[in-house]
Design a binder for this molecule. Structure first.
Ligand code: F6R
Ligand code: MG
Ligand code: MG
Length: 368
């Protein structure tokens, strides 16, 4: 059976700053999806959760990728939630809903979206990763390591199912006129891939397919709020769907790539680097509006019906990892604004520093 998985994520308001959504908006969004999507037969099943201040929705349905009604369902559900956020006086109510009206597709309206249509395997397993206080390029390194590097995924050399490698579709997110993408085939394009994925702010993995079966393994969001709004309006906290097992990495091989807690952009005011910490489902943010966090909900799906989620980072191993990554966060914060702790000038999202530098520019003089 062909099933479409649609994962859509937005910050529509949170309690006490950019911490977590309120119970009431989560209930509102959930009830909306149940009444307007599930009961009306538009979707087969759904899941709702949060990561920091972002709400993530997962829908299963048979309408294909980019379906207008499904997108509208997510938009209207977020709008209903944003209305409640306003009534509750939540911080940043409706923040990621950048347009006034729905226009056929949520791409370009603010929410992040990852979608794929799959031929459901007899035991179809996949993970939805959602990150907060970071950007889509934060997934570049974990995807590279899990799908192209036998040092992190030894299955690439052990399993005949993955022996042919994968095709990465990489998007240039600085190109605003249209989607500009390139297809790179690993292993032979490995160095080209590394050369692009080095730059998380510009080149982002949008899709990965198996070269053996041609089946899609990964769909990732590439939304840049700055490109839509023309200025900083919050970070583009990403979401992705990763199919696992057999011709794809084992769940644990995919997870192993997150054990680095690699430094990513997006910590405090979208202006600092911090380590990406794998956290349990429904974890708020804290220290220095962060650190950047990623959650993972693993599912099996049968004829579109989802199991309950398995929380992939809820395990003693990740408690230990979180301590190490907390140390990495503390270490980089100790140097405040200096050097790599803060994003380089051209990436700085907040206008304040730009104004300040303009002001001092005129006070420079050429010493004779
Ligand atoms: C992170 C984030 C925060 C804010 C910070 C200042 O997503 O949005 O780090 O940038 O709390 O927020 P404002 O400018 O709303 O006071
Ligand atoms: Mg936010
Ligand atoms: Mg967020």
């Amino acid at each position: 059976m062909k099933v479409t998985l649609s994962a859509i994520k937005a910050d529509i308001g949170s309690i006490g700053g950019h911490i977590k959504p309120s119970k009431k908006i989560l209930e509102t969004v959930e009830n909306f999806v149940r009444e307007e999507g599930l009961k009306k037969g538009l979707i087969i099943d759904f899941y709702i959760g949060y990561t920091g201040d972002d709400i993530a929705l997962l829908f299963t349905h048979e309408n294909g990728v980019g379906n207008e009604e499904v997108h509208e369902l997510s938009w209207n559900a977020f709008m209903a939630g944003a209305e409640v956020a306003k009534q509750q006086g939540l911080y940043g109510a409706g923040q990621d809903l950048l347009k006034d009206a729905f226009s056929g597709n949520v791409r370009g309206l603010g929410p992040g979206i990852a979608e794929m249509e799959i031929e459901e395997r007899p035991n179809e397993a996949f993970v939805v990763f959602a990150a907060d206080k970071t950007e889509p390029g934060a997934f570049n390194l974990p995807l590279y390591l899990a799908f192209a590097d036998p040092m992190y995924n030894s299955g690439l050399i052990l399993s005949p199912h993955m022996a042919k490698g994968f095709t990465f579709t990489v998007m240039d997110v600085e190109h605003v006129e249209c989607d500009r993408v390139i297809e790179l085939h690993v292993p032979e394009d490995l160095y080209n891939l590394a050369a692009l994925l080095r730059d998380n702010g510009r080149y982002v993995v949008a899709k990965i397919t198996s070269r053996k079966s041609g089946e899609q393994a990964v769909a990732a969001s590439t939304t840049r709020l700055r490109n839509i709004a023309g200025k900083y309006v919050g970070k583009d906290d990403p979401i992705m769907i990763v199919r696992v097992q057999k011709e794809f990495p084992a769940t644990g091989e995919m997870l192993s790539a997150f054990s680095i807690g690699h430094y990513v952009a997006g910590f405090m005011r979208g202006s600092h680097n911090g380590p990406l910490m794998p956290v349990k489902l429904n974890t708020p943010t804290s220290f220095f509006d962060g650190p950047p966090i990623v959650s993972g909900a693993a599912f099996c799906v049968k004829e579109g019906k989802l199991t309950e989620p398995a929380d992939v980072f809820d395990h003693p191993f990740w408690e230990w990892m979180r301590n190490i990554i907390s140390w990495k966060a503390f270490e980089i914060r100790r140097q405040g604004f200096s050097g790599p702790a803060m994003l380089p000038y051209h990436d700085l999202e907040y206008g304040g520093i730009v104004e300040r530098l303009k002001e001092v520019k005129d006070r420079f003089y050429d010493r004779k």
